[in-house]
Design a binder for this molecule. Structure first.
Ligand SMILES: Cc1cc2nc3c(=O)[nH]c(=O)nc-3n(C[C@H](O)[C@H](O)[C@H](O)COP(=O)(O)OP(=O)(O)OC[C@H]3O[C@@H](n4cnc5c(N)ncnc54)[C@H](O)[C@@H]3O)c2cc1C
Length: 402
């Protein structure tokens, strides 16, 4: 970055310092691009993220995984149990990472530890940072101007990683397709009496999934999807009552439970940007797409966005192209569309099949899970697709530097 009084220039600016923004900035800087991060310090986030194996490989390649590892629990097995009272119920299905030659499908980590590790890595790399929010983003034919509290910065490309209510997306004139579900996700972490055996358990209920994901030790994170009235009831319970309620909903699978401080309440919605890049602005993470917290897709998609934009900018630089040129942005948009669309549709279908009272939908879900349970090659193909999606394998996810 070069500074002239209150004004400065860089090749690329990443706006937003959540996990998608930090990974974008680290990957762009690692590729040799002159990168600036415009981000206030991250808010404490007690949510957890199940990072699938490609995301873990990308973090390893960027030198950020070692610091995550002590706080992360491997996800070696996945159990799906139909806990609905419906006429057509699905069989229990069990997936084991060893079946596809992996030690684990991925790792679960609290976002505060993930963000801290990424912040440390950005600091080690001496990544230039303006620790304040962008106040305005304006693009023109030659570049983009970002106004912040201390002045202005001029860049060729902005990577908008500023979350679901993205200023960058609005600045690029990109709208979104959004649908709100009649459900709320209640999230918390808890300690339990029995070991989780590195197994994530997803109970499918009439109001949505109830998912326990391992954390280090005898601890797990919970995402419990409920209708609004039941979510409000749960959120209002004191710790002792809530611990008992969750233990019952978990069919005492992990023994006695004790909830930890820090509950989250997230209304469920799906939103996809009409374009992932326009007017010298490329969108990553929740600025580009929000998917409900079902099946651990959101940030894994966000990290594939980050890896893809860094790879495309590296290729553009290799050919002496302007990083914000329209053909560079078009390539990014094209490369992310299939991955984001297919994951969003899959999560939406699963969620709707649980909510509906339409009997054939239960039959279809039950039959699909039955076939997955009985047909080994189908189950293995599904597991591989879950971990390494055919639609998107950027270099970082394959362990190669951008
Ligand atoms: C309950 C729940 C569970 C989930 N579990 C999983 C999971 O297991 N696996 C998974 O892959 N995903 C999961 N997700 C999704 C995942 O949490 C999100 O995809 C991820 O947090 C989004 O990261 P982000 O960096 O895109 O956005 P954010 O984390 O929202 O970060 C955006 C950042 O931009 C900053 N910002 C905003 N405006 C400006 C501005 N004007 N200037 C500068 N900075 C700005 C904000 O301060 C913030 O730091 C879950 C989501 C929920 C709700």
């Amino acid at each position: 970055m070069q500074s002239f009084g209150n004004a400065s220039t860089a090749e690329v600016a990443v706006v937003g310092g959540g996990p998608a923004g930090l990974v974008s900035a680290i990957a762009l800087a690692a590729s040799g691009a002159d990168t600036l991060l415009v981000a206030p310090p991250a808010e404490p986030d007690r949510r957890t993220t199940a990072l699938l194996s490609g995301s873990v490989t990308a973090l390893e390649t960027l030198g950020a995984w070692q610091a995550c590892l002590p706080h992360a629990a491997p996800l070696k097995k996945l159990r799906i149990t139909d806990a609905t009272q419906r006429l057509l119920r699905a069989p229990e299905v069990f997936f084991d990472a060893a079946e596809i030659g992996l030690e684990a499908f991925g790792y679960n980590i609290e976002n505060r530890h993930l963000v801290a590790a990424l912040e440390d890595r950005a600091f080690d790399l001496k990544l230039a940072r303006i620790g304040a929010p962008a106040l305005a983003v304006t693009s023109d034919a030659d570049g983009v101007t970002i106004r912040h509290g201390g002045g202005e910065v001029r860049v060729k490309l902005v990577v908008g990683a500023d979350g679901a209510h993205s200023l960058c997306r609005a600045a690029a004139g990109i709208g979104t397709q959004r649908h709100a579900y009649p459900q709320i996700a209640v999230t918390l972490n808890l300690a339990h009496g029995r070991p989780h055996d590195d197994t994530s358990t997803e109970f499918h209920t009439e109001s949505g999934p109830f998912t326990l994901v391992p954390l280090p030790g005898a601890r797990s994170s919970l995402v419990c999807v409920l209708d609004r009235a039941h979510a409000a009831e749960l959120a209002a319970m004191d710790d002792a009552a809530l611990s008992t309620e969750i233990e019952q909903r978990a069919h005492s699978l992990l023994g006695k439970m004790r909830v930890e401080p820090g509950r989250g309440v997230f209304p469920l919605a799906v939103a996809t940007a009409d374009a992932f890049a326009r007017a010298r602005i490329a969108l990553v993470g929740e600025a580009a797409h929000v998917v409900p917290p079902i099946g651990a897709q959101g940030l894994n998609l966000g990290l594939r966005d980050a890896a893809t934009i860094a790879e495309i900018v590296a290729d553009a630089r290799h050919h002496n192209l302007d990083a914000g040129a329209s053909e560079v942005l078009a390539r990014y948009d094209l490369q992310r569309r299939a991955d984001v669309t297919s994951r969003t549709i899959a999560v939406d279908l699963l969620n709707r099949s649980l909510l509906t009272d339409f009997l054939p939908a239960h039959g279809a879900r039950g039959l699909s899970l039955y076939l997955v349970d009985r047909i080994g090659p189908l189950r293995r193909a599904l597991m591989r697709e879950g971990v390494t999606p055919a639609a998107s394998q950027p270099r970082l996810m394959r362990g190669e530097m951008v």
